[in-house]
Ligand binder design. Structure first.
Ligand code: SF4
Length: 307
């Protein structure tokens, strides 16, 4: 992809300001191609943890991801190009719900998906991502675990760690994009049209679709499987931004959305224009209060050590 003038200006400014551009797989392709690191939540967490010799992190993703980068880099300026890039799933877990569950089940460790706000992470025993959720829950060796906010990810974990009881916080937390993909009827129709094709579902997809898919994979797992598979047609059950990336990296294969228009509007709040402006102004800065940051950091670091 040839870079346009704005992309070139962003790259120049990024270099002048010694900034690192971390970009989630669901961002628009024009931003994906100028990333220093393009990845899923876990990969971006790891990258943020290892950051050295830079003056600023520019995070192209949603609020909880930029907060995580700020928590792992308390001495660095972290900016997010749009304060409207707010993940609705992270917002579903209220502190009242979480604290009530902790009161009701004091013996249960709390495993929170990284798709939560910093205040909630500060109350977690450990965080997880869709790439390591089953491993994290298994590693606790607990009979009961408070788990949230994604119930579908909970289903994925429960299947792989059957001995554990999950107490969901909230009752029906979900990602509206993966819920929109539905039960996989469209994917099954596509598979019939393309014999030999594979269906992939993200663990945030509905249980019925997870059961019908050939593989249930995090976006990082999808990036790897895209390279490994011999299938020429792959039906992808996640946010459509990922399809831009894997199509670019695997031009001989065809990737189709499991459901058209499965797009996250929060992720698409970040544009080349507001990214450039954020670099010029060095704001909006992501601020996490120190007492919350210190406790949330422990939960994130436990996850990074365990995975
Ligand atoms: S895709 Fe879903 S979980 Fe991810 S940022 Fe959008 S709403 Fe949140």
């Amino acid at each position: 992809m040839e870079l346009n003038e704005l992309q070139k200006k962003i790259l120049k400014l990024k270099q002048e300001k010694n900034a690192l551009l971390l970009v989630h797989n669901y961002q628009i392709p024009e931003i994906q191609v100028i990333a220093d690191l393009l990845g899923d939540s876990l990969e971006l967490c790891r990258a943020a943890q290892k950051v050295e010799d830079i003056d600023m992190i520019v995070f192209c993703g949603v609020d909880f991801m930029a907060e995580t980068a700020a928590i792992l880099n308390p001495d660095k300026k972290v900016i997010i190009p749009s304060v409207k890039a707010v993940c609705p799933m992270a917002a579903m877990l209220s502190m009242d719900t979480l604290m009530e569950a902790k009161k009701q089940h004091p013996e249960a460790p709390v495993v929170l998906y990284v798709n939560t706000l910093a205040e909630a992470k500060a109350e977690a025993t450990i965080t997880c991502t869709s790439a390591n959720a089953d491993k994290i829950v298994r590693s606790l060796n607990a009979e009961k675990v408070i788990f949230g906010p994604d119930k579908n990810l909970g289903y994925y974990v429960q299947k792989r760690v059957p001995g554990v009881e999950l107490v969901y916080v909230p009752d029906d937390g979900h990602c509206y994009v993966h819920r929109f993909i539905g039960n996989g009827d469209e994917a099954i129709k596509l598979k019939k049209r393309y014999p030999g094709s594979e269906i992939w579902a993200h663990p945030e997809c509905e249980p019925e679709f997870q059961e019908r898919a050939d593989y249930v994979l995090s976006t990082g797992g999808m990036v790897r499987r895209a390279k490994e598979t011999d299938a020429e047609v792959i039906i992808v059950g996640t946010e459509v931004g990922l399809i831009d990336r894997i199509s670019r990296e695997n031009p001989s294969k065809m990737f189709l959305p499991a459901k058209k228009y499965s797009e996250c509007s929060a992720m698409k709040r970040i544009t080349l224009e507001n990214l450039y402006q954020a670099l010029v102004e060095e704001k909006p800065v992501v601020i996490v209060p120190e007492d919350i940051s210190i406790r949330a950091r422990l939960a994130i670091e436990r996850m990074l050590e365990a995975s």
